[in-house]
Design a protein around this ligand. Structure first.
Ligand SMILES: [Ca+2]
Ligand SMILES: [Ca+2]
Length: 448
C-alpha cells in the first residue's frame, strides 16, 4: 500500500505559512449542495430546522464555482454523526443539520457522506488550489446522545453544569469534561485521526472560550505532532478584542481567531451608527495584535443575521462592505451565498440553502470576483500597513502601500480629499475626481 500513500500525498498543496494570502469560504454542508439524494434522511425543505440534503459529494461537485470565485480555503461544518432525535424549536422539529450536535465523534453522519466522500472532497479541493478547514467540536455533545447514559462520567449535565464559561452547559448541551485525560484521548484520536486519514489542512475550533487554555495548548502539541506545523487552527472566540486575543496567540494555541469586531464596526459605520473616525480607530488598533497570527474578518456567519438583512437588503452597501472586507487585515471569510446577495435574516433564516439559481448575471458576484482578484494580485492589499488618510463623518480614506481605498458612505457626491503625491487610477469603482454617493473606490498609484 505504500505506493498509494505516496500517490495521495502528492495531492497535498505546497506548505505555506502566511494565511493572510487566503480567501476563506464558509459552507454549512447541509445547506450548500445536495449531490447525493440517496443519503437524504429526515429531509424537509419546508422546515428551516430540518436537514436539507446537502452533502460532501455536492460540495466536491461545486469546487469549480469556488475556485472561479477566487476562494483558496474552504471551511466546512462538522461531519460527525449527529443525534437522531430532534428537539423542538419554534414549534418545529429541530435536527442537528448544522453538525454541532454530535452523537459519535468516530463516525461520519451518513447524511453528509462517507469518509471516502470527505477524502474525495479534500483531493478535489487541493487540485483546485483550495485548502479544507474542518469545523470540530470539543466542548459538548448533542442533546440526549448515547453517552448521557453510557459515559455519564465524561459529561457535566443537569446539576453538574457549572456557572463559569468552562463548565457551563452551553444552551443546555451536555458539556464534555475536557479536563479528563481519557476524554482528551478520545477526542484527539477521533478528530486528528480523521484529519490525518483525509488530508484536511486545518481545524476551525468551535466554542473556543468554553474549554480551558491548557486543553488548547495540548491540542496544539498534538496537531503539530500528527498533522505537522503547517496545520492551521482558527478559533471561534466571540469577540475581536485584542486584549483577549493576545494571550491566546502568545501561548500559540491557534494561528488565528475570527474578527467579530470587523463585522460589528462595519455594520455600525454603514448604518451611520458610528462615523468614519470611530471606524478608523478599529483599523488602527487591528495591526498590532501579534506577528504571524491572523484575525480573520467576516461580514456574516451562521450564528448571526446576515449583514445584508441588517442593511435592509441594500446590496450597494453590501458591496461597500465587501470592499472593506477585502481591504482589511487577515484572511477574509465569506459565508455561503453572501456573494450572491443571500439576504438571510435572524436565525434560522441566516442558514438558508445556497441560492444556486441566482448565479447567472449576478452583478454583486462579478464585483466580488473582481475584488478578490485584486486582493490576490496586489501584495499591498494583503500585507501593506494600513494608514488612515482621512476619516470624517461618512468619508474614509485608507492607504495600504501603493493602494488607497476611498469610501463615501453618504448620499451625496463628495469631493475627494487631498491625496498623497503621485498619479492615482481607479482599479475598482469610479473616480471622477469626485466620489459618487454610497461608493467604494480602490485606487492604485501609477508609475513608480
Ligand atoms: Ca444528500
Ligand atoms: Ca466546556
Amino acid at each position: 500500500m505504500r505506493w498509494l500513500i505516496v500517490a495521495l500525498s502528492l495531492l497535498a498543496l505546497p506548505a505555506h505559512a502566511d494565511w493572510r494570502d487566503e480567501i476563506i469560504y464558509f459552507a454549512m454542508i447541509d445547506r450548500f449542495s445536495d449531490g447525493n439524494p440517496d443519503n437524504n434522511q429526515t429531509v424537509d425543505l419546508e422546515n428551516p430546522l430540518a436537514f436539507h440534503g446537502g452533502d460532501l459529494v455536492g460540495l466536491a461537485q461545486r469546487i469549480d464555482y469556488l475556485a472561479e470565485l477566487g476562494v483558496t480555503a474552504l471551511w466546512i461544518t462538522p461531519v460527525v454523526r449527529q443525534v437522531e432525535t430532534p428537539i423542538e424549536a419554534e414549534g418545529l422539529p429541530f435536527h442537528g443539520h448544522h453538525g454541532y450536535w454530535a452523537e459519535s465523534f468516530t463516525e461520519l453522519d451518513p447524511r453528509y457522506g462517507t469518509e471516502d466522500d470527505l477524502r474525495n472532497l479534500v483531493d478535489t479541493a487541493h487540485r483546485h488550489g483550495i485548502r479544507v478547514i474542518l469545523d470540530v467540536v470539543y466542548n459538548h455533545i448533542g442533546y440526549g446522545a448515547e453517552w448521557t447514559e453510557t459515559r455519564p462520567e465524561w459529561l457535566r449535565q443537569g446539576s453538574e453544569c457549572g456557572g463559569d464559561e468552562i463548565t457551563l452547559c452551553l444552551a443546555g448541551l451536555p458539556d464534555l469534561k475536557t479536563e479528563r485525560e481519557d476524554v482528551r484521548d478520545h477526542l484527539f484520536n477521533a478528530h486528528i485521526g480523521l484529519a490525518r486519514r483525509t488530508g484536511i489542512d486545518g481545524f476551525r475550533l468551535d466554542t473556543f472560550k468554553h474549554i480551558a487554555p491548557d486543553f488548547w495548548s495540548e491540542h496544539r502539541e498534538m496537531t503539530q505532532r500528527y498533522l505537522g506545523d503547517e496545520f492551521f487552527l482558527i478559533g471561534e472566540l466571540w469577540d475581536g478584542n485584542k486584549y483577549l486575543a493576545r494571550p491566546i496567540f502568545e501561548a500559540d494555541q491557534v494561528d488565528g481567531l475570527f474578527d467579530f469586531s470587523f463585522r460589528d464596526r462595519t455594520l455600525k459605520f454603514l448604518t451611520n451608527v458610528e462615523k468614519a473616525d470611530r471606524y478608523a480607530r478599529y483599523f488602527r488598533a487591528r495591526h498590532d495584535i501579534a506577528d504571524g497570527y491572523v484575525m480573520a474578518p467576516f461580514l456574516s456567519n451562521h450564528d448571526m443575521p446576515m449583514l445584508l438583512a441588517m442593511l435592509r437588503g441594500d446590496t450597494e452597501k453590501l458591496k461597500i462592505a465587501f470592499t472593506l472586507l477585502m481591504f482589511a487585515e487577515g484572511p477574509p471569510v465569506i459565508a455561503w451565498g453572501e456573494e450572491l446577495g443571500r439576504r438571510g435574516g435572524p436565525w434560522p433564516e441566516n442558514r438558508e440553502d445556497m441560492p444556486w439559481d441566482q448565479t447567472a448575471g449576478n452583478a454583486l458576484l462579478e464585483d466580488i470576483k473582481q475584488l478578490i482578484s485584486i486582493r490576490h494580485r496586489f501584495d499591498d492589499m494583503r500585507k501593506g500597513p494600513i494608514e488612515i488618510l482621512h476619516a470624517e463623518e461618512g468619508l474614509l480614506l485608507m492607504q495600504r502601500g501603493q493602494l488607497i481605498l476611498a469610501v463615501n458612505r453618504t448620499d451625496a457626491t463628495t469631493k475627494l480629499p487631498p491625496m498623497p503625491a503621485g498619479t492615482w487610477e481607479a482599479i475598482f469603482g469610479t473616480l471622477t475626481p469626485d466620489l459618487p454617493p454610497l461608493s467604494a473606490t480602490i485606487m492604485r498609484k501609477v508609475g513608480d
